[in-house]
Structures are given as structure tokens and as C-alpha cells.
Design a protein. Structure first.
Ligand SMILES: NC(=O)c1ccc[n+]([C@@H]2O[C@H](COP(=O)([O-])OP(=O)(O)OC[C@H]3O[C@@H](n4cnc5c(N)ncnc54)[C@H](OP(=O)(O)O)[C@@H]3O)[C@@H](O)[C@H]2O)c1
Length: 335
């Protein structure tokens, strides 16, 4: 096979001090091992990809490594009898673009546990508009429903709402009959979030949350992408038996809270780890995303499509909070 293009992250050097990324041509033999080889058609940009490619976060477990925690494409070689050559698949999580070469490349090798047959109801492009962002929002919905979250308990507060995970959380919860209050620091995203189904869009400065361990109940539950102070405050305003799904750390990994909401209101703090989701649940949720949970405004969520050569610039934009919704990466020309 001829050499192919990949966006490859290299070890930090003493001169630069952090990992650095190049668009370069590599050979198949340079890829990390896996029993399935995929011709990648699309990927998408997630917060983790932006941290990895810009060197702002220590994401890669080894160097050099192709970035991209998501990929969708066609199988060109398989040692797993259940995955056939010519089959359309998506690859996400289970260390993709972190421990193994990822989807910002024309070809990738994957381990079967990270490979999901393309769900009915999605094409390769739609699967990557969703990407890990859509999957994680679905995982949050799944965990909260499993723990008895119900619309009459009150509105769901979604933080970091204009981002990838936030945009899909707003859609999925509103489609399931929940009132959604979206928190966004972007004034220009108000109309966008209303279109996706938010009943209210509120800037963080106007939330009016208190700082005592228990405050008046305002929310039935919370989907949190930012961590830190906002998460702590939102906990204190959560309804009896409400759920808080802790997804991200866009603001901070810190959580300085008391146990009072948990022990006096029965509030549950639920974690999600898209990367470590068991394969069976991964396949189940992806299938739901192609069917009954398919976001109604999937195309509206896509705000930009870039070629592989422009993915670095898009990652910088994401890091500087200049992105609303999702950025799709078109890996193969002419798709
Ligand atoms: N647990 C998991 O499995 C999992 C999976 C995927 C992602 N994540 C995490 O979830 C978070 C969101 O990921 P994403 O891919 O949706 O990223 P994204 O598209 O960049 O969205 C993050 C959003 O958070 C808000 N934000 C950014 N910087 C902030 C800051 N300093 N303070 C407060 N808010 C800030 C912005 O929303 P507004 O401008 O609208 O406020 C931004 O659009 C990230 O922390 C990511 O690492 C976790």
C-alpha cells in the first residue's frame, strides 16, 4: 500500500516543552496493531483531540501517534470473522487516538472492541457529525434514565451547551420530553440552542446560583460539561432524587462540594466514560442514535466541515472556545 496522510502527534521536545503535531505521510507498517484495517472517510473534532493536537493536554499514552478519537469508514482488511471487508463501520473510544493510532488519517487499524458496525439510520458522515460527542450525550441520557430521571422532576440544566456534547445533550433530553435550560457563555449561540430544543438559554453570569451547600431547588437534573464552580453550585440546586451527570472539565477538573445534596436530597452524581464503555452498551447506544434517539437537528449541529490539512486550525479554534456545535473532518476528497 502507498504511503498515506496522517495528523501525527510527536513526543514533547525540550525545545518546545509540549507534544507537537505534523501532517505527514506514513506507511501501514507504522500504524499501531489491530485486527481490523479501515479506510477512513470521516472523523470529527472533540475536546480531547484539541487537547492532544495542540499539546495543551497530555492525552497520548505513546508517541508518535495519529490523533483522532473518532473515525468512520470502510473495512479493507479484517482478522475478525464478524467484521467483513467492505463493511461500513465506526471506530470510537477504547483508546482510539490515545493509546492506538486514531482517525485523523486516511487509514487506521483498530481493535475489534472499538469497532461498531455502522448503525441502521446513519451514513458515515452522520455518524461522525455525532462522533464521541453524540455518543457521550446518549450515554448521559442512558445513565440518567436508568437512575429514574423523569421530566416532572424539573428542567435539565446543560452546561457548556453550545459545544459538541452540550448540543447533543440539549437535543436528546428535549426530544425525550425534558425541559432543557442551556448554559452558554456565547451570546451568539442563543438562537442555535433554542432551535435545538432549549426552553431557556442562560449565560453563566445570569444563572443566579447560590453558594451554600443546599439551595432552593431549581433543576430536576444536570448534564455538566465544565466542572469546577458551576458544577458545585448546580448540585446544591438539584431536586430530590435528581441526577447530575458529570461529563467534562472544560472549565476545571475540580469539585469542591459537600455531601449534603447527596445525603439530604438523595441526589446522585453519575460519571460517564465514553472511552471505557463496554462494547455491548456501546453498540446498543449507537443503534439508538441511528433510530429513536437520532437527533432531529443533526445537520444544524454541524457548523463546519474541514479537510484533514485544516484539522489543526479547527482544534485551535475549539481550544479558544470559538466553536459552536460540531466540526466534521472529511478525510477522503470528493466525499
Ligand atoms: N466523560 C466522557 O466520556 C467525555 C466524552 C466527551 C467529552 N468529554 C468532556 O466533555 C467536555 C465537552 O467536550 P466537547 O467535545 O463537547 O467540547 P467542546 O465542543 O469544546 O464544548 C465545550 C463547551 O464548554 C464550554 N466551555 C469551554 N471552555 C470553558 C471554560 N473555560 N469555562 C466554562 N465553559 C467552557 C463552551 O460552551 P459555551 O461557550 O456554550 O459555554 C464549549 O463550547 C470536555 O471537557 C471533554 O473533555 C467527556
Amino acid at each position: 500500500m502507498n504511503p498515506f496522510w496522517a495528523l501525527r502527534v510527536h513526543e514533547p521536545t525540550s525545545g518546545i516543552g509540549h507534544a507537537y503535531t505534523n501532517l505527514e505521510q506514513i506507511k501501514l507498517e507504522q500504524l499501531t496493531q489491530g485486527d481490523v484495517t479501515v479506510e477512513v472517510h470521516y472523523s470529527g473534532i472533540n475536546f480531547k483531540d484539541a487537547l492532544a493536537t495542540t499539546g495543551r493536554g497530555k492525552i497520548m499514552k505513546r508517541y508518535p501517534l495519529n490523533a483522532g478519537i473518532d473515525a468512520a469508514g470502510i473495512v479493507i482488511e479484517s482478522r475478525n470473522p464478524q467484521i467483513k471487508v467492505g463493511q461500513k463501520v465506526l471506530v470510537a473510544g477504547a483508546g482510539t487516538g490515545e493509546s492506538f493510532d486514531g482517525g485523523f488519517a486516511e487509514i487506521m487499524r483498530a481493535n475489534s472492541e472499538s469497532v461498531v458496525p455502522l448503525p441502521e439510520g446513519l451514513d458515515l458522515r452522520e455518524a461522525m457529525i455525532l462522533g464521541t460527542a453524540g455518543f457521550t450525550a446518549a450515554l448521559a441520557l442512558h445513565r440518567m434514565l436508568e437512575n429514574h430521571q423523569k421530566p416532572p422532576m424539573g428542567p435539565i440544566l446543560v452546561t457548556g451547551a453550545s459545544g459538541g456534547v452540550g448540543s447533543f445533550a440539549v437535543q436528546l433530553f428535549s426530544q425525550m420530553g425534558f425541559a432543557v435550560h442551556a448554559v452558554s457563555g456565547k451570546h451568539e449561540a442563543i438562537r442555535y440552542l433554542e432551535t435545538l430544543g432549549a426552553e431557556k438559554v442562560i449565560p453563566p453570569s445570569e444563572l443566579g446560583l447560590g453558594s451554600r451547600p443546599l439551595e432552593s431547588v431549581k433543576y430536576g437534573g444536570v448534564v455538566d460539561n465544565v466542572g469546577g464552580k458551576l458544577l458545585t453550585q448546580a448540585m446544591a440546586h438539584t431536586q430530590l432524587w435528581g441526577n447530575i451527570c458529570c461529563i467534562g472539565l472544560a472549565d476545571s477538573p475540580d469539585l469542591h462540594a459537600t455531601v449534603l445534596p447527596l445525603i439530604l436530597r438523595g441526589v446522585s452524581l453519575l460519571g460517564v466514560s465514553s472511552n471505557n464503555t463496554p462494547h455491548e452498551l456501546r453498540v446498543k447506544l449507537w443503534n439508538k442514535l441511528g433510530q429513536e434517539w437520532k437527533p432531529r437537528h443533526l445537520e444544524r449541529t454541524l457548523t463546519r466541515t474541514v479537510e484533514l490539512k485544516d484539522a489543526m486550525e479547527a482544534c485551535e479554534d475549539l481550544m479558544h472556545r470559538r466553536v459552536t456545535g460540531r466540526i466534521l473532518v472529511r478525510i477522503r476528497q470528493g466525499e
